[in-house]
Design a protein around this ligand. Sequence first.
Ligand code: ADP
Length: 381
Amino acid sequence: MTIRELLRKKAHSLTGKLLFAIGSMMLFLGFIFAFSFIRQFPDVPLWKVLVYGGPFVFLTSFALCMILYNFVTKPLAYLVEGMKRLSSGDMDYRIDLKGRDEIGILARSFNSMSDELKEYKEKMENWTKSLEDEVQKKTSEIYKAQEHLINTEKLASLGRMAAGVAHEINSPLTGIVTFSHLMLKRTPSENTQDIEDLNVIIDQAERCSKIIKGLLGFSRKTSSEKSSINLNTLLENTLAMVRHQSRFYNIQFDLRLDSAIPEVIADPNQIQQVFLNLLINAADAMEKKGQITLASRRIENNGSSFVEIEVADSGPGIPEEIRGKVFEPFFTTKPVGKGTGLGLAVSYGIIKKHEGTIFVKDSPGSGASFCIHLPAQNTTV
Ligand code: ADP
């Protein structure tokens, strides 16, 4: 900045204007004083008046300027600086002026206004943060619900297709098995090769029948006999059934059953099949050693009571990317011949038929956790 620009800037500032006003006033008073003095004392030479009067006028002007600068311009400069800082977002700046005059009152008002603004800003920030958290929470809930809906829709259409295919294939398959048996009966015992071939046909056809049964189970086309049952008892019976099978020898069971759960209306055989599927899957996933936790509890959802059964294992868990697929028919990660991919699909069909839900629970630690919700009997909350 050049000296000229600096002077022009200062001339427009309050200090500049004050200096100008005081300077002009003192010059004017000086002239009047000098004029009156010369008239009163015409013998005193002009140079003496200028030599003694000039410094007096200058010093008086300087003192006046300093007084005005300290009491008016400087405090005002603090206020201006405060305003600038505040408008640029600095809510911590405070003006340190203790005077009792109008400028002191203005400074204190400025400080309390800054306090209030800071408090308001903090409140707004907290509110925005909680709003953001809430939006994020709701968005992930909507996303999950949408995913669940898409999955349910997909499984429902797969179920309809499976039911159609199973129905169409079931009759010719029954024919193949029946006629193969008839042919087997008619075949003379010395035709060992024919007997062997026919047995292969019967075996393979029966395997197909099993798959068809599974598909019918998934598409809920099988009949069921429902009664009021206690899921704790059913779980314990299922456990007693499997406990002595070699697959479960090295598996420890942790039972966390709530004895106060209400009964449910269900087909015990079908629900037991679901429990069996889950237990077998857990044992397979843990390669036959580890821990299975079985829990039951009553839960409330949208004003209705449900019984929740949880089957959790200490296996490797289900990778995120296949979680949405495990209930699809024929989805399996087991080697060929070991898994049909129908266990969970059938379980899904059975639980749907009981107006319940079955899902994989998020388990941040290790292991997989399956939950079943079945409507409790007499659902009064
Ligand atoms: P299958 O047992 O014949 O493969 P399922 O429908 O019962 O068919 O299971 C489908 C797939 O779900 C399994 O192949 C496996 O990848 C996965 N799965 C099911 N239960 C578990 C579990 N407890 N731990 C890990 N993965 C599991």
